[in-house]
Every structure is written in structure tokens, then in C-alpha cells.
Design a protein around this ligand. Sequence first.
Ligand code: HEM
Length: 405
Amino acid sequence: MSQRFDPFSTEALDDPFPFYKSLREKCPLHKHKEFSHPLYTMTRYDDVAEMLTNIELWSSHYGQMPRYSVQGCLFSDPPEHTWYRKLIQKSFAPRHVASMEDEIAELVKELVDEMEKTSSGDLHDALACPLPVLVIAKILGIPTDDIDQFKAWSDAQLAASKSPNADDSKAPREAMNTYLLEQLNFRRSLLKDAGIDGEGDPEKLIGSIIPDDVISGILLAEVDNRMLSDTERLVMLNQLLVGGNETTTSLITNLFWRLLSNRELYEQLQDDRSLYQVAVEESLRFDAPVLGLYRTNTKEVNLHGLDVPERSKVMATYGAANRDPNVFKDPDTFRLDRELEELRKHLSFGLGRHFCPGAQLSRLEARLALKEIIERFPNLRLTEEPERIEPFLLWGRKTLPVAWD
Ligand code: HEM
């Protein structure tokens, strides 16, 4: 049965979940007719999981947005995708991320120290927004002085992603690329000064001649006897930056928004610190920071009685799948009494080959932010309703006004 739903409408932007519920029940594959090409929304858990794992049928080649774009690197299909994925494996390996815990806890503490100087403010501006940028900048190797500029480019690219005009994201992307290229060239000059031209054993050079960070790793990485071109290096770095910043900010704002909207939850966490992980995971399930991403089908398929022509854009709607009552009991309630293992079935980080490499990192950031704030601000409360961020396929707050005196 067809259902009235416009993914770009103000109502769907304000609160997509009632729409997802009715789509899941009555129209599990929805076609949005007012668009330049066939555009669909898939909402049931099993269908979304099948889409994400059947990558022969559901290709990432044409990008994750409603319009077609070919970025390559991680936004591609195997075997190309497998190759690029190997390159970033080490930087995001669970052990490597876990080893950053103290460093991230220190960054959180510094931000909360600043907050403590006053009695109220915006949790988005003071903590949720700067934290992921500081963390990713550390991992990549971006100097602290350049971070604000960095964040602005990253935001501008995301904001442009909802626009039908592909040119909107061009200027910030080019500015960011120029900057990243300078960072690559700086490392090249260090190698040259040390008398090393071109190739070398990364294990020996990284950490001695050039800094131990992802930019150096990407400069020297070699998989199957091939190194990256500069164009590829820039695409990879961009994908890491744009993919990781606003999403983690949203996780943190969504989490505090829900805990403070129902303060009993916040108090429950004050009494039982063992629930921090559950709270982060429940937030990811309940408020998917990426509501959904698109795939393109490689051949015509018939699904739920609809013929979906080849090369349609279909949204794998994680935010809807996460509230499917066939998988999660009482899905529309934020609860802290869920089992961690059950909760981790949520699809907020995707599934299968493209599963988010930054998942552990963002979970860690959110848990450390939660711990520091709960322990230091027992009276934390919302002072105004927060505002939603703009990009239609993302879900987070751009303001979170709070007081803590
Ligand atoms: C709460 C925070 C985050 C959320 C909700 C999130 C969500 C996602 C999702 C849903 C995907 C799957 C894309 C697909 O299936 O096509 C993904 C992939 C990706 N994420 Fe994240 N992400 C988060 C944090 C991060 C962080 C911190 C980083 C980097 C530092 C990152 C980098 C990436 C990259 C590079 C990919 C592409 C992987 C691939 O296609 O193989 N993400 N993310």
C-alpha cells in the first residue's frame, strides 16, 4: 500500500520516526515520486540488513546520497573497496583505539574544565562538537591551531550533501584538499631532508622521520605492491573526516538530549556507572546519527510488489530498522534495561563490508563524555529545547542549551 511520505519534508525532518513506523507497517518499500530519478526508502530491519549484505545487488559505486556520484575509494564495491579498507585497518583496530582511552579522557576533561568556569552553556558547542574534531585531528596528525578551519570545511561539505546542486560542496572540498596536500608535502619534505626519496619501509620511517599519524600512514601505505596516488590519498582522508565528525557529535548530543528529557534516566546512570555502555548503545539504536544511506541496485528487482528499475537509489534506513518491533521489544522507548548484546544488533554503524571503521572510536568518545559530565555535573538540566542539524539523512542536535549549577 502506498503511503504519504516525503523524505525531504519539514515534518519528516522534525521527527522521522512516526513516518518510519507507518512505512514499516504499511509500505516497507516507499517510492518518492517527486525526484529526478527513482528514489526509494526501505524501512524493515530484515530488508535493510539484506540490502547491506547483498553487495552484488546493492552497490555503493554511485555513492551514498540521493543523487549519483562516483567518489571511489571506500565508497565503492569489492575488490576495489577491500583494498582501500586494508589501508585504514591498522589506524582503527580495536587495540589501537583502546590505547587512546587516556588521551581522549584527557581531552574530555580539558573541555569540561572550561565548562566548569561558568554555570550554563551549550553542550553542543562546549563538548559534543569539538571533541570528535580534536580526536580525529590527533589521529590524522592535524596541528591543533588549524582545527577550527577544519571543522568549518567538514560541516560545509555535509550541508551541501542535501543540495541537488553538486557544485555546492566543491569550494570547501577543494580548500580542504589543498590543506591536506600541504600536510602530505610537509612529510615528503621531511623524508627528502633525511635523504629518503619516494619509497621506504613505513615501519622504520613513521615515528622517527615523519610523525606517527594517519596522514603519514596513508602517504607510505602499500597494499598488494601498490601505493596510493595523491588523488586517492585525499579522497581517503576526506572520507574519514566527513564520516567521523558530525556523526560522533550527534551521538553525544542525542544521548544527553534523551537523558535530560527524561531525567530519571540521568539519575539512574548517576547511581549505576555500569550502565554507561548500555546508554551509549541505546542512544545509537534509538537515535541513529545517520538515519540512512543510499545504495544503487545493479539489476531490476521486484520487492514488496514494486518493480524497482536497475540503477534506482534506495535508502537503507538504519533509523527505521533500529525501531523494528520484530527485533527490539518496545522499540519506541529509550530504556536502560536492555541487554548489551541484544542492543548491538542495531544498524547505526551499517553492517557487513562497509561497517563503520570508526564505531569503536565514537563509542569510546561518547562513553568518556558521559562519564565526565555525569560525575562532575549532577544537576545538569536542559534549559531550552535543542535544534536539529540540517542534513536530511543525518539526525543530531546543533544546539543543546543546558545549566549545571
Ligand atoms: C556515531 C558515530 C558514527 C556513526 C553513526 C557512523 C555511521 C557509519 C555508517 C552507517 C557507515 C556505513 C556506510 C555504508 O554502509 O555505506 C559508516 C562508514 C564509515 N565511517 Fe562511520 N560513523 C560514525 C563514526 C565514524 C568515525 C569516528 C569515523 C572515522 C574516524 C568514521 C568513518 C567512516 C568511514 C571511513 C566509513 C566508510 C567505510 C566503508 O565504506 O568501508 N565513522 N559510518
